[in-house]
Design a protein around this ligand. Structure first.
Ligand SMILES: N[C@@H](CCC(=O)N[C@@H](CS)C(=O)NCC(=O)O)C(=O)O
Length: 288
């Protein structure tokens, strides 16, 4: 299985994870701390950035756009691949620079945050125009440019979400909301514990792991029952016949079945999910 060194919030890593999800490629995910990068990462790629993808033959891909291109070679998840997109080049060069200056404006005191923001706006206007009569940056269907650019626009919006929402760029907001609300994006943003050498391998994406067979499903149900939640025989049978695609769907069914009040669900959900994440991430896992 390929290995992906990743950092959850890094926009370059997010675009790589999105493309892996779209191509249906499973990897071992190694979440890193940028301030304390593992030696193995640096030995694969001395430039010390993430994402880095290590393929089975020890081939190393250490540029996010190259990872996207590799996923496209493996499974053509879009009809309009455009690796030479000028829009993506502009995103990765001048827009990214302006985004950083706007986000970390204290480090660039020659201008106010507002001034830095204003300098980034022409790129957003360009996207807004693209999205006027098209749903996607890449045209009528999802493509390379959407996946490559989305994490950066999200980062821009997150600097001041209210300011972004108040802005007149309606098409861009619609486009961003659509992504942020999608299962694809949620799956790309699942939290993984920081990797240290010797850890059990954790698979990405998580939902693949749910389909790894009865023994794992039984073990997962035991984790849930360990939280004093009773799972009815009826639900167990229905899960056995048609296993849900991902952990959240499964947990919601269990919560409904066990009448867990809405107010306690979030807390239990995250506790169970953390435990289960470790468990289901185990490569060729033995549930005992
Ligand atoms: N051109 C690279 C850029 C990747 C990059 O700059 N990633 C940042 C994290 S968002 C990084 O690893 N920075 C190194 C550091 O902060 O030490 C790519 O597209 O993969």
């Amino acid at each position: 299985m390929p290995i992906l060194y990743s950092f959850r919030r890094c926009p370059f890593a997010i675009r790589a994870r999105l493309s892996l999800l779209l191509a249906g490629i499973e990897v071992e995910l190694r979440e890193v701390l940028l301030r304390d990068k593992p030696r193995s990462l640096l030995s694969y790629s001395s430039k010390g950035t993430v994402p880095v993808l290590i393929l089975g033959d020890d081939r190393v891909i250490d540029e996010s756009l190259d990872i996207i291109n590799w996923t496209l070679e493996t499974a053509s998840w879009c009809h309009n691949p455009n690796p030479d997109s000028e829009l993506v080049t502009e995103n990765d060069t001048s827009f990214k620079k302006r985004l950083d200056q706007y986000k970390y404006w204290e480090r660039y005191p020659d201008k106010s945050q507002e001034e830095h923001r204003a300098l980034a706006m022409p790129f957003l206007s360009k996207l807004e125009v693209r999205l006027t009569d098209k749903e996607f940056l890449s045209g009528d269907s999802l493509g390379f440019e959407d996946i490559a650019i989305l994490p950066f626009i999200r980062q821009f919006a997150n600097v001041d979400r209210n300011g972004f929402n108040e802005h007149e760029k309606v098409n861009l907001k619609r486009w961003l909301n659509r992504w942020e609300d999608s299962e694809l994006f949620r799956n790309a943003m699942v939290k993984y514990p920081v990797w240290t050498p010797g850890d059990e391998p954790l698979c990405f994406p998580l939902h693949e792991n749910l389909n790894r067979g009865e023994a794992q499903m039984d073990a997962f149900l035991k984790i849930v029952e360990g939280h004093d939640i009773v799972i009815s025989q009826g639900l167990k049978q229905s899960i056995e016949t048609a296993p849900p695609k991902n952990l959240s769907i499964l947990l919601n069914r269990i919560f409904r079945d066990a009448n867990i009040p809405q107010t306690s669900r979030d807390q239990i959900h995250s506790k169970i999910k953390n435990e289960a994440l470790r468990f289901f991430g185990v490569k060729n896992g033995n549930p005992s």
